[in-house]
Design a protein around this ligand. Structure first.
Ligand SMILES: Cc1ncc(COP(=O)(O)O)c(C=O)c1O
Length: 480
């Protein structure tokens, strides 16, 4: 085999040497450094660095004075993990509970699958300078209070208090800082229920909540959620027959459907929680993503601690600043604090200090208003492209906030197979089945309008439509 004589980058040089090592018998001599330098227009230092890397992986052997050779391959021993099947027994969660939303985006693909906004929609400048300041402060080198930095807890308490009509202010003492909303949910399901207990959830709902409840050994009792809250008769029956003391819900801009509880829904659910002595776990994940509606959290109207409130910053401040608040009152708060401490002692003070700095900067409010305008543009553009390419009936709702469109395809469409084919065509989408705790109620896709620039929506939807029709076009063909 001869190496490609074209000028090459170090990555290309490395790729070709790997290919050489993989396709030649052990002991074959690699081209000399001098040959590689001239063929690849690389410096001798670069060539040596690449060869050292391959040698450290056992692909290449360097014999001083003699040259570089393809290394001898040692016989591969296949590990025998079969014993673990018996040792582990049944699994609480299916093998891959994470679903499609966390898959990496291959270069050149359009990301309509992820739940996290792209950098253009984040307060990136504020975050970076807050991190620099945080690195200079005490939090960079100190352990912090297990419940969280007082200033950050006060900020979350203040936000909730501002939304309250007349009830007593929320105290910073009621706020626990967690490393993201996901870990807050995992704590709730562990600390406020025990294995075998029931939890009622809207269906469809956030796949991460489904996975966390299963991991805690809970039985999930689904109640259908349409455009509004679950019907109170259905909810009451689910609570009564299962004995569940926890109702997990997303009242605002639910992920994935984008639907919203009305004022009557909110009052009816809170009355039911009070009447049945049940916790409402309010996952307010989209607090910073209101577009056409501003609504106070239900936790703002909860004198007796029925609402356990989860409010994360990871999607709106930065996915790298994994910080959320878990707000609970009464004995539930103490149980949650114990669970948090047992789980991870405390959240890095550096991240918490970064979060307080961003939230209390003057730039935060202006960022949020710009974000609202930008999300509106993107939502409308993606909705337009969905209607154009998949038909007007595909869009189930134009959400008043959040980051997602919930798209319904013809009954019987296998959305997992469709998502796999779309990926090959350069478009990443999330099949709807991941959001159902039981069987999917139809063929749905979740499309996120915050993970890719809006000029890519049209070509991406055109490619998706053609994949749906079993066509072969790829997104790159239509991409401007
Ligand atoms: C509804 C909902 N809740 C909670 C989370 C968890 O978010 P994080 O752990 O990043 O704060 C997510 C993330 O996708 C979500 O969509």
């Amino acid at each position: 085999m001869t190496l490609d004589p074209e000028p090459a980058s170090p990555a290309r040089l490395e790729a070709e040497l790997r290919l050489f090592a993989g396709s030649h018998p052990a002991g074959s001599r690699l081209p000399t450094t001098r040959e590689l330098v001239s063929r690849h227009s690389a410096s001798p230092v670069t060539v040596q660095r690449v060869i050292r890397r391959l040698a450290s992986e056992g692909l290449v052997e360097t014999r001083p004075g003699a040259g570089n050779f393809v290394a001898r391959r040692t016989a591969v021993r296949h590990a025998d993990f079969a014993w673990q099947t018996t040792a582990l027994g049944p699994a609480r969660t299916p093998p891959n509970p994470v679903g499609a939303t966390l898959q990496a985006t291959p270069e050149g693909s359009v990301a309509l699958h992820s739940g996290y906004p792209m950098e253009d929609l984040l307060p990136a400048r504020l975050v970076r300078s807050a991190m620099v300041r945080a690195a200079r402060g005490g939090e960079a080198v100190e352990r912090v209070d297990p419940a969280g930095l007082p200033a950050l807890r006060r900020w979350f308490a203040g936000e909730l208090t501002r939304s309250r009509a007349e009830a007593a202010p929320v105290s910073a003492e009621d706020v626990l800082i967690t490393p993201g909303g996901q870990s807050a949910l995992a704590s709730v399901f562990r600390a406020l229920a025990g294995p075998g207990d029931a939890v009622v959830m809207e269906s469809p709902t956030y796949w991460g909540a489904i996975a966390a409840a299963r991991q805690a050994g809970l039985r999930i009792i689904p109640v259908a959620r349409g455009a509004r809250a679950p019907l109170s008769g259905d909810l009451e029956e689910a609570l009564a027959t299962s004995g569940a003391r926890i109702f997990y819900a997303q009242p605002h801009f639910a992920n994935p459907t984008g639907t919203l509880w009305t004022a009557e829904d909110r009052a009816a659910v809170l009355d039911l929680m009070r009447a049945r002595g049940t916790y409402l776990v309010e996952d307010d994940w989209a607090r910073d993503f209101c577009i056409d509606a501003d609504l106070a959290p239900l936790a703002a109207d909860d004198p007796d601690g029925h609402v356990v409130y989860v409010r994360s910053l990871t999607k709106s401040v930065s996915p790298a600043v994994r910080v959320a608040a878990l707000v609970a009152r009464g004995p539930a708060r103490a149980r949650l604090q114990t669970d948090r401490t047992v789980d991870d002692l405390y959240v890095s003070g550096l991240l918490q200090a970064t979060a307080v700095d961003v939230l209390s900067s003057t730039g935060w409010d202006s960022h949020r208003s710009r974000l609202r305008a930008e999300l509106r543009t993107r939502r409308d553009e993606l909705a337009r492209q969905v209607s154009t390419h998949l038909g007007a009936g595909a869009l189930t709702l134009l959400p008043k906030g959040g980051l997602n469109l919930w798209v319904q395809l013809p009954d019987g469409t296998d959305t997992s197979a469709l998502a796999a084919r779309a990926r090959t065509a350069g478009v990443l989408v999330a099949p709807g089945a991941d959001w159902f705790p039981t069987e999917s109620a139809g063929s749905f896709l979740r499309l996120n309008y915050a993970g890719a620039p809006p000029h890519q929506f049209g070509p991406a939807l055109a490619a998706l439509a053609s994949v749906l029709d079993d066509g072969t076009s790829a997104v790159g063909e239509a991409m401007p």
